[in-house]
Design a protein. Structure first.
Length: 398
C-alpha cells in the first residue's frame, strides 16, 4: 500500500520515469472504419454530391416565381414653363424647343418584374431528370471511392499478416538450415563418410537464399504496416498493431460464375452509373426537343420615374419618360434561340471534367435561365477491383 502511494506521489510530482505508450490494436473492421473516416476523398465526393443536388433544386426553382428589379439615379434635362409657347398653359402653339438644354435635373428610376412560368413544354421536368441523373452519377463515384478505400485497407491489412507469417515461416526454415549446416560441418570434421563437402555448399547456398527472403519479408511487413497506418490516419510515427495473430482460412463462396456475373451487373456502381447516365441522356434529348418550343408566362411588370426639376404632365395622351410610371399584369410567350456557334461553345467540355454543366443566361421574362447538362456516362471508368475484358478470337483458330 505504501509503495502504491509512493508511486502515485512520484507520478503527480513528475519524477516517475515515462511509461511506454501503448500500441493501438485494431481489427479489420475497425481499420476499415478508421480509413473511411480519415480519407479526405470521402468528404470531397460527398460535397460533389451535395453540389449536384443543389443544382437539381436550382433547376426546379425555375418553375417558381421570379423577381427582377433595377433602380438607379441619373441626370435628366430640366423642363419648366408649360406645354405651350410663351409659358402659357393653354393655347394652340405647342413648344418646339425640346432639343435645347435649359438645365439639369436629378432623375430616379425604378423598374421591376414579377414573373411566373405557366407552361414550358416539359423543359423543367426534363432538365430536372437530367440533373437527377447527374446526382446518381456522382453518388456512383462516391461508392467507387469508398470501395477503393476498403479494398486498399484490406489489402494492407492482409498483406501485413501475410508478410508476418511468411517471415516467421522463413525464419523457422533458416533455423533448421543452420542446424543442418552445423550437423554437416561436424560430420566433415569427424570424417565419418556420411556427408560430403558439396552438401555443405548446398546448405550454405540455401541459407543465403533464405536470408534474402527473410529480409524481403521484413521489408514487405514494414511497408504494409506503414500503409495501414497512413490509411487509418494513425500516421507513420504512430504505433499500430493488428488484432489477428495469423491469417485464417475462409470458405470459398458456393456460387457459380454466372451468379457472380449477374450480381456484378446488378450491384456494381459502374453499372448503376451507366444506367443513370443513359437515363440522363434520354432526359437531355427530350429537353433539347422542348427547347424549340416557347415558354408561356404571366406576371406583373412596372416602372416609375421621378425628376424634381421637370414639371409633371397629367395628360393621358402624353408620356414623359423622366417623370411618371405604370404597372400592368402581363401574359406572354417567349422564345430563346441561340446561334450555332454559341451552342457549340456552350456544349464544349471544360478542362479537367468529363462533361461541363451548361448554363444559358437570359433576361426576364425569358425562361428558363439555367439548366444542367449531365456528365458523360462512365465509358472509361478506371477501377482496380474489376477488369472487364472481352475475349477476341485468334486468327486461324477454329
Amino acid at each position: 500500500m505504501k509503495i502504491k502511494a509512493l508511486t502515485l506521489t512520484l507520478l503527480a510530482a513528475g519524477f516517475a520515469p515515462a511509461l511506454p505508450a501503448w500500441a493501438e490494436t485494431v481489427s479489420l473492421q475497425q481499420a476499415v472504419e478508421m480509413s473511411l473516416a480519415a480519407d479526405p476523398r470521402i468528404k470531397e465526393r460527398e460535397q460533389v454530391v451535395e453540389a449536384a443536388r443543389a443544382l437539381v433544386q436550382e433547376v426546379k426553382g425555375n418553375a417558381g416565381w421570379r423577381v427582377s428589379a433595377n433602380a438607379f439615379i441619373g441626370l435628366a434635362p430640366e423642363a419648366e414653363g408649360g406645354f405651350y409657347q410663351g409659358g402659357a398653359y393653354s393655347g394652340t402653339n405647342p413648344r418646339t424647343d425640346g432639343d435645347k438644354l435649359h438645365g439639369i435635373s436629378d432623375w430616379t428610376h425604378l423598374d421591376f418584374a414579377l414573373i411566373k412560368p405557366l407552361y414550358t413544354f416539359g423543359k423543367v421536368e426534363r432538365y430536372s431528370d437530367a440533373a437527377q441523373g447527374n446526382v446518381e452519377l456522382k453518388q456512383g463515384e462516391l461508392k467507387q471511392t469508398r470501395a477503393d478505400i476498403v479494398y486498399d485497407t484490406k489489402r494492407a491489412y492482409f498483406g501485413f499478416l501475410t508478410a508476418r507469417d511468411s517471415r516467421a515461416f522463413l525464419e523457422d526454415m533458416q533455423g533448421r538450415v543452420d542446424q543442418a549446416i552445423a550437423t554437416v560441418e561436424r560430420g566433415l570434421k569427424e570424417e565419418n563418410g556420411e556427408v560430403r563437402q558439396s552438401d555443405l555448399f548446398a546448405l550454405q547456398t540455401a541459407r543465403g537464399l533464405l536470408t534474402k527472403y527473410v529480409h524481403q519479408a521484413r521489408a514487405i511487413e514494414k511497408i504494409s504496416l506503414d500503409g495501414l497506418k497512413v490509411l487509418t490516419g494513425t500516421g507513420l510515427q504512430g504505433d499500430l498493431q493488428v488484432a489477428d495473430s495469423r491469417i485464417e482460412p475462409v470458405t470459398f463462396p458456393q456460387m457459380d460464375l454466372a451468379e457472380f456475373q449477374a450480381r456484378a451487373l446488378q450491384d456494381r456502381p459502374e453499372m448503376q452509373q451507366l444506367e443513370a447516365g443513359l437515363r440522363a441522356r434520354r432526359a437531355l434529348l427530350a429537353a433539347k426537343k422542348a427547347d424549340r418550343m416557347p415558354d408561356v408566362y404571366a406576371g406583373v411588370i412596372g416602372q416609375f420615374n421621378y425628376a424634381s426639376q421637370r414639371e409633371r404632365l397629367d395628360n393621358p395622351y402624353l408620356f414623359d419618360p423622366f417623370n411618371g410610371g405604370g404597372l400592368t399584369p402581363v401574359v406572354g410567350v417567349k422564345w430563346t434561340r441561340y446561334s450555332a456557334s454559341l451552342r457549340r461553345a456552350s456544349t464544349r467540355p471544360r478542362p479537367n471534367s468529363k462533361r461541363s454543366i451548361t448554363r444559358r443566361p437570359s433576361r426576364l421574362p425569358a425562361f428558363p435561365t439555367r439548366w444542367v447538362r449531365p456528365t458523360s456516362t462512365p465509358r472509361q471508368t478506371s477501377n482496380r477491383n474489376v477488369r472487364w475484358q472481352m475475349a477476341r478470337p485468334r486468327r486461324g483458330a477454329g
